[in-house]
Design a binder for this molecule. Structure first.
Ligand code: SF4
Length: 484
């Protein structure tokens, strides 16, 4: 396999350079537009796709109309993901036809979880699609794109033998800078849990973890280019079990201890976690590591043991409450967020009330909530369904309780000083946007030179989704010292 890849890389390079070693007319610099759907893992994958195509002459564009290659990086989690993909392809096809009329070849590629699940079916249903690449194969994009440019319809969704992360090109310093001071790094992929509503174990495969030192090298590169906060991501990130330097398996806590030593990295986060994998070691890391932010997204999905069992979640309501108690003992100020599914098959009004009660009992800082919708091929799709109107009504009630808890959580910050990582310019001139340790968005008037710094601010106003603040004098004084 490695030999084949090496050979096609050489072929691609020969296609890019003509005999005099310069770029030929047919291989002029090209542009790629990657549209990302779904979770942060897809955002990370989209960035790595662009990085990996850069050595083949592709620069990123935000405008699909001027792209020579449009990649739709799809997500299978949300409802009607497949329908949404085909309507998106319809929109891009119009741009492709316009490009063809101008004498320009535009390729359309479909990547990600829908590509993995649907495979060849996509090229059958949508003739405009030139290339389908699964979530584990996008490191092969340069070769696959070269084949598609040669007129072949390419589908590559087999799980590869080689390690995707070993084959990906490292991002250029400018690319890292353009993506901001807060970055995602995939440390784990796949899932072995098989919740009865979820397609991830089928589309992303079994749980695999990257070695500690490979991740550390990536984080060092990010830090050297100005990244200050890293969020470690994985479908089951706290099931992380990558290889340590000494050959042992490392826990997520051990990985974060290693990363917290990297100069420049001042904040660490991780998502998404499963309650079953909240080990003592990981909870202890919350007490030990100043860089590990006091924030945890821990999906519970339901407050009813009957429904948790039907979902095959492998934890009970009591297990979840026990984890939260231990986390709060380790880090009293930790902010907790969660995911909920309402109207799961068989959910009664009593089951649902247990979910409502759990939100109040824990006092979540925020939460995502969804009506259950069947995913073809999953066990829950064949169970007896709850009426749609009932689901909608329960969702409305749940969201009201979540919003009440979110407001109560944010209200506690009025008049308090908090440290904010300033990330980017805001909408108003002179305004910056940043995040508190608890992942709340803060808007503050501050000079651009402070982007990438952690500054003390005073919270002056609580909005529905944003906190408003003024810079504390310590931050202004520090800025004056460095002459910014
Ligand atoms: S833990 Fe459950 S919900 Fe999460 S990715 Fe795995 S199967 Fe899906």
């Amino acid at each position: 396999m490695a030999g084949q890849i090496g050979a096609s890389r050489v072929k691609l390079r020969n296609e890019v350079l003509n005999s005099s070693g310069t770029l030929s007319e047919t291989t002029r610099p090209r542009k790629v537009h990657v549209k990302s759907f779904g979770c942060q893992m897809n955002v990370y994958d989209s960035n790595r796709m662009a990085d990996t195509l850069a050595p083949a002459g592709y620069s990123e564009t935000a405008d699909p109309a001027e792209a020579d290659l449009v990649i739709l990086n799809t997500c299978h989690i949300r409802e009607k993901a497949v329908d949404k993909l085909y309507s998106e392809i319809g929109r891009i096809r119009v741009l492709k036809e316009e490009a063809t009329a101008q004498g320009r070849d535009m390729l359309i590629a479909v990547a990600g979880c829908v590509a993995q699940a649907e495979g060849e079916e996509i090229t059958r249903r949508a003739r405009a699609v030139d290339l389908v690449v699964g979530s584990q194969n996008y490191h092969r994009l340069p070769e696959l794109v070269a084949r598609a440019r040669g007129g072949e319809r390419v589908v590559d969704t087999e799980f590869p033998l080689e390690d995707k992360f070993e084959m990906l090109a490292a991002p250029a310093r400018e690319a890292i800078r353009s993506r901001g001071v807060s970055a995602f790094v995939t440390v784990q992929e796949g899932c072995d849990k098989f919740c009865t509503f979820c397609v991830v174990p089928y589309t992303r495969g079994a749980e695999v973890s990257r070695p500690v030192e490979k991740i550390a090298a990536e984080v060092e590169r990010l830090a050297a280019a100005g990244v200050r906060e890293v969020t470690l991501i994985g479908q089951n990130v706290n099931a992380y079990h990558g290889e340590h330097k000494n050959g042992d398996q490392a826990t997520l806590g051990a990985l974060m201890r290693r990363l917290s030593d990297i100069p420049g990295i001042v904040r660490l986060r991780y998502t998404t976690s499963h309650p079953r994998d909240m080990s003592e070691d990981l909870i202890a890391a919350h007490a030990e590591l100043p860089a590990l932010m006091p924030y945890l997204h821990l999906p519970v999905q339901s407050g009813s043991d009957r429904i948790l069992a039907a979902m095959n979640r492998r934890h009970t309501r009591a297990d979840y409450l026990d984890i939260i108690a231990r986390l709060r003992a380790a880090r009293g100020d930790i902010a907790l967020t969660s995911d909920f599914i309402v109207g799961f098959p068989g959910e009664t009004e009593d089951d649902f009330r247990e979910t409502l009660a759990l939100v109040d009992e824990i006092g979540f800082a925020s939460a995502f909530s969804f009506m259950y919708s069947p995913r073809p091929g999953t066990p829950a799709a064949d169970m007896e369904q709850v009426d749609d109107a009932e689901k909608a009504e329960r969702l409305r009630r749940l969201q009201a309780v979540i919003v009440r808890n979110q407001r109560a959580f944010n209200a506690r910050f009025a008049g308090r000083q908090v440290e904010v990582l300033l990330e980017k310019p805001g909408r108003l001139p002179g305004q910056l946007v940043g995040k508190t340790p608890y992942l709340q968005t803060v808007q503050v008037m501050a000079p651009r030179a402070m982007i990438g710094t952690v500054a003390p601010v005073l919270i002056t106003e609580i909005g529905s989704n944003t906190l408003f603040a003024t810079l504390e004098s310590a931050a202004t004084a520090a800025l004056a010292t460095v002459g910014a």
